[in-house]
Design a protein around this ligand. Sequence first.
Ligand code: NAP
Length: 507
Amino acid sequence: MSRTQNTRLICPLTEATPNAMRDAMTRAVAAGATAVEYRLDFLSKHPDDETLALLLADVPVETIVTYRPTRQGGHYEGGEDVRLRTLGRASELGATFIDVEDDVPLADRPEGSTILSYHNFDTVPDDVASRAASIGASRPAINKLACHAEHPADAMRMLDLIDATDQPTIALAMGEAGVLTRLLAHKCGAAGTFATLASESASAPGQPALSDMTGLYRFDRASSNAEIYGVVGCPVGHSMSPAIHNTAFDACDYDAIYLPLLVEPGEESFNRLMDAMVARPELAFHGLSVTIPHKENALAWVGADRCDELSAKIGAINTISLSADGSIRGTNTDYAAAIDALCDAMGIQRADLENYRTTVIGAGGEARAIVAALNHYGCVPTIYNRTLSRAEAIADQFGGTALPLDAVESLEADIVINCTPIGMYPHVDASPLETIPDDVQVVFDTIYNPLETQLIAKAKQRGLLTVSGIDMFVNQAVAQFELWTQRPAPRDVMRQVVLEKLGQTHA
Ligand code: NAP
């Protein structure tokens, strides 16, 4: 991507009165908007010349005036002649652009610098490229296409439209899966992208807030050559990874953007994303964090031969690296993150783990990774789980003894590792152990929300060494950052982001 141009950061204004809209314009400009879109169809009354003049006088940024009819997803229900005349007046009264829908016949289009727009609220149609070409044929000031995407691969097809023309183009995918079109607009050389004053005032689903755009998503700090990273999962809306990694990029002045990528469950859906990325090297995707439910799909796509031995054995990866030369690698930073959090707290090396009796509570994905790693370093754990057969399966594959969860109170171990969600927010009063047996010296709870679980609190009361899930969580993000950027991660900054996010959760 070498196109460089002014990508407008446009804030749509959807207030019900002209004065409120004007106030919102002032706030939007203060928040970093470089253009505002007056959505006249949100006004409670049809705007006369006086209203238009009030809205358009002395605005310090470019103005777009839109009067969207209901047939195009807007609120205007009146006659078409009045609507188009109003847009013409807005142009005469100083609007930088007027937005005219592509279904308005050429002969009826008002005079003015026009954004010619196409909307599809259902899908990115197969013929979207020819639609873009037909919009461009009348040479408007800006071509605009906005379609609903169910999958990030469809969103990438929208970005292709910008690359396919020399004309100024805004190409957006609506919906959560389409967020990447908004966050990568600047990198891809779009003529503009939209962001709202507050997320709840969005005039189209998936629009980020201005503050997130300029802060978290580095709108004015990442260049057209920025490397792209992201977290793939379902859901991803509440993932802390975009905040952690983007803040780390900022701290290191590293030219990159980290995105949330919503991909519905299923191997086919995951593969579609990866194929779309690989087919577009110009987007410069360099790495992915993979979370539930795609960790096994990720391993299958990368291939065990391109993963380290232990990750392949675990059967799930949470990290993919995509190099500029086309090479692909997969790894699981979870197990190393957990083992290192434990060893660092104990002041021992991984190889010393063989000297400790260890109990793992739980037999899900985390337990599996941790049991595999423990065995790898010579420590054969006892695994307690509600569903005994799952504990048995892990013990059979990696080594260990499987026992039912109701026997856990009589465990005998030096180290206890909780890999269940028992005690996790909002069930903060629960604990996988009523009392911690006398032998135990170290308690590691992989839960990081809350920072101090009941289990950790009990262990602290006993004066035991404790390890919190936050150390593991930060470790895995640090490992990803260092793998991708080949430079030391700003660990303290990343940890602080997690602490702040968790603080907000409980505020
Ligand atoms: P998972 O695959 O869904 O496994 C959940 C495990 O917890 C299973 O063994 C399940 O038992 C058990 N379990 C769930 N609810 C239970 C209950 N009410 N009573 C008894 N056992 C219960 O989840 P996972 O991916 O392994 O994650 C497990 C935990 O690890 C998470 O809750 C999270 O707190 C923690 N974690 C931490 C980090 C970090 O970075 N710190 C990262 C990921 C996960 P059954 O087999 O009987 O269903």
